[in-house]
Design a protein around this ligand. Structure first.
Ligand code: PLP
Length: 386
């Protein structure tokens, strides 16, 4: 079965619940024991405490395993919490860890502001390093963190090559697969050992919840399970229920985000105001070949480089948009635009572009309306430029 089918059918408990299609929402802390024997563990008990699995969070975890092919999926209250937990599991004092220079900003912050002061050697590497990562591996290296495509700049990483080098020295590979979702990128097939996804984005899909998942292989399960438990990570039944609901329509929404995203990307590439379009599925994009080799699709998130202009002109453009709103995050049904200078989030490969980077999230609106909206913004900008 394709995992598009599996994510519709895993985690349902219709038989136990009157034939109702969706699992019930359990809000849980205490779970009572039947007897002293059960308390002592002499009789098996599936659920013991709200912080561990509940039927609702369990349903979501099972469906997530169907999504990305992991052995188990551990839930955290945000994508960032999932990243912090996974990194903490494999970064001890005295260890050396390698992170792609294009990682999500808060991932960099966690490594620099939490792990480094604890005595972890944190090194950032060129996202396009491929098998040359081998030259950076040291005796005390414990993990390589990859994120592909990179946040803001969309570099596609050669994850199989990086994993091959890392595994030959006994390191684990942790991936942020939020863009690829599991439908368009299969992390474990490409050598990843621990996979993180911000469910806040496309799985949630409606800009109304925060959550992260850590998916594991048989090899990494025990270590992640322990760290997840020691950190007290858990999510509420309400949020898990919403995430599961979002997951059921993920494939349909992604197909539409992908179609709209590509059309807007191609349209923008023809505009004189736009110097470059950084979209992995565009043949002219640097990482396109690798993307085509390893991914099976794209979505609505990409960046453009706007021809340099005054702050005033930029403000007129952004404020002139009605459908593309300024806001953090992405993956909801609506279009967003985010002006962001990556300079403070790059060290191995310093940011040296003059142009203005805008990250777009193309939503599920009618694509002609979206073009009109951008056209409007550009013409307002043009008026004040002359
Ligand atoms: C948003 C995001 C995260 C963090 O998710 P939160 O739920 O906002 O903490 C992690 N990685 C990537 C690539 C993201 O875009």
């Amino acid at each position: 079965m394709d995992n598009k089918t599996k994510i519709l059918h895993k985690g349902r408990m219709s038989k136990e619940h009157y034939g109702i299609i969706n699992p019930p929402l359990y809000r849980v802390s205490t779970i009572l024991y039947d007897s002293y024997d059960e308390f002592l563990g002499k009789k098996p008990k599936e659920y013991v405490y709200g912080r561990y699995h509940t039927p609702t969070t369990h349903a979501l975890s099972k469906a997530l395993c169907a999504l990305d092919g992991g052995e188990e999926a551990y839930l955290c209250p945000s994508g960032s919490a999932a990243i912090a937990t996974a990194l903490s599991a494999y970064a001890e004092t005295g260890d050396h860890i390698l992170l792609s220079d294009s990682v999500y900003g808060p991932t960099r912050d966690f490594a620099e502001q939490y792990l480094r002061p604890k005595g972890v050697e944190v090194e950032f590497y060129d996202p396009k390093i491929g098998s040359n990562i081998e030259k950076l591996l040291r005796k005390n290296s414990s993990l390589v963190f990859v994120e592909s495509p990179g946040s803001l700049t969309f570099e596609i990483q050669d994850v199989p090559a990086i994993s091959h080098a890392a595994h030959s020295k006994g390191l684990v590979v942790i991936m942020d697969n939020t863009w690829g979702t599991g439908l368009h990128y299969k992390p474990f097939v490409h050598g990843v050992d621990v996979c993180i996804q911000a469910l806040t984005k496309y799985v949630g899909g409606h800009s109304d919840l925060m959550m992260g998942a850590i998916s594991v292989t048989r090899k990494t399960k025990a270590k992640i399970a322990q760290t997840h438990r020691l950190f007290g990570q858990c999510v509420s039944g309400d949020e898990a229920w919403l995430a599961l609901r979002g997951l059921r329509s993920l494939a349909a929404r992604l197909a539409m985000h992908e179609k709209n995203g590509l059309e807007i990307a191609k349209w923008l590439a023809k505009r004189k105001e736009v110097m470059e379009v950084w979209h992995p599925a565009l043949p002219g994009f640097e990482g396109h070949k690798l993307w085509k080799r390893d991914f099976t699709g794209s979505n609505g998130l990409f960046s453009i480089l706007l021809r340099p202009c005054t702050e005033k002109a930029l403000a007129v453009f952004l404020d002139g948009l009605e459908l593309f709103k300024i806001g953090y995050s992405w993956g909801g049904y609506e279009s967003l635009i985010l002006p962001k200078n990556p300079a403070s989030e790059r060290s191995a490969v310093p940011w040296q572009r003059e142009e203005i980077l805008l990250r777009l999230h193309v939503g599920l609106e009618d694509v002609e309306d979206l073009k009109k909206d951008l056209e409007n913004g550009f013409s307002k900008m043009e008026k004040i430029n002359v």
